[in-house]
Design a protein around this ligand. Structure first.
Ligand code: CP
Length: 311
């Protein structure tokens, strides 16, 4: 693997999931692979799971890790040809090239603005690192994608399914703030590459990018969509068409025990209790959010392993 910025960078998903599950049984098997190699993790936004699990994954592979909260560093300029006489102190051209001298792999987290659709969709932060860094780039959640989370979710479903083709439902749920579409996008993309029966349910106006959803079933009736589900993945996202807007905070879309039926409850975390999902679900054995969070280590580890093997 030369980079991991989108799930399309995985050449064989089934094999990668299988390898990740094997890594989980023997996490220190490839300690020599990362010896004297350094992962630099750059955070433009906050994180709990991604930061800790990716560092743990790298250390499991014997790598050194350096973390930089970019907001504590110089303000970076991403535009070409700009006269830098305002708030930006360093151009991405120099920054990415400099960091590449300290790193064998660079991982980046950079959320969207949710105000400028065109700019967010251009993935200018991730693509600038791809363009100007001289080492592989890993996406720790960008404007439109969260592929490490999606891979962890695919590992979780593979481990827990009791059926050869489980029904998986991605359900929108209310949230007081405008959140990105990245988690939902990558979850849909990875599920489209798995042997699952996928349905998306959300209120009208919350359609995800059609380029991503393609011909996936969309049902605006949540109760109907959830019927016979094996896995219910719950996530809020802001409107894609009315970009970044919170169109509804309808509490009826919150996931309850009675709605969940016998399905397993999934969420990437962090989750707002009794807004997205009621306590009774999150505190029940049907919730697999801890397994998902644990698998973040092994999704990062298999990705870093495949990158290290190509260095
Ligand atoms: N799921 C996830 O990416 O969590 P963090 O934002 O805490 O990294």
């Amino acid at each position: 693997m030369k980079k991991y910025t989108n799930i399309k960078d995985i050449s064989n998903l089934q094999e990668t999931i299988k390898e990740a599950i094997l890594l989980k049984m023997n996490p220190f098997e490839f300690q020599e692979l990362g010896k004297n190699k350094t992962l630099v993790m750059l955070f433009f936004n906050a994180s709990l799971r991604t930061r800790l699990s990716t560092e743990k994954a790298a250390k499991n592979l014997g790598m050194n890790v350096m973390v930089l909260n970019v907001n504590d560093a110089w303000n970076l300029e991403f535009e070409d040809g700009t006269i830098m006489n305002a708030n930006t102190s360093e151009h991405i051209k120099e920054a990415a090239a400099v960091i590449s001298q300290y790193a064998d792999v660079i991982a980046v987290r950079a959320f969207p603005s949710l105000t400028d659709k065109q700019k967010d969709e251009s993935e200018f932060v991730m693509n600038s690192f791809i363009k100007y860094a001289t080492v592989p780039i890993v996406n720790m959640e960008s404007a439109t994608a969260h592929p490490l989370q999606a891979l962890a979710d695919a590992i979780t479903i593979t481990e827990l399914t009791e059926k050869s083709k489980p029904k998986v439902v991605l359900s929108w749920a209310p949230h007081p703030k405008a959140l990105p579409q990245a988690v939902a996008n990558s979850f849909v993309e990875i599920m489209q590459n798995m042997d699952v029966d996928l349905t998306i349910t959300h209120p009208e106006g919350y359609e995800l990018n059609e380029v991503i959803t393609k011909n996936t079933t969309i049902n605006h009736n949540q109760e109907d969509a959830l019927k016979d589900a094996d896995f219910v993945y719950v996530k809020n996202w802001s409107s894609y068409n009315d970009y970044g807007k919170v169109l509804s905070q309808d509490k009826n879309w919150m996931i309850t025990k009675s709605k969940l039926g016998d399905a397993k409850f999934m969420h990437c975390l962090p989750v707002r209790r009794n807004v997205i999902v009621e306590d009774a679900v999150l505190d029940s054995e049907q919730s697999v959010v801890m397994q998902q969070a644990n698998n973040r280590t092994f999704s990062a580890q298999i990705v870093l392993k495949q990158i290290l093997e190509k260095l």
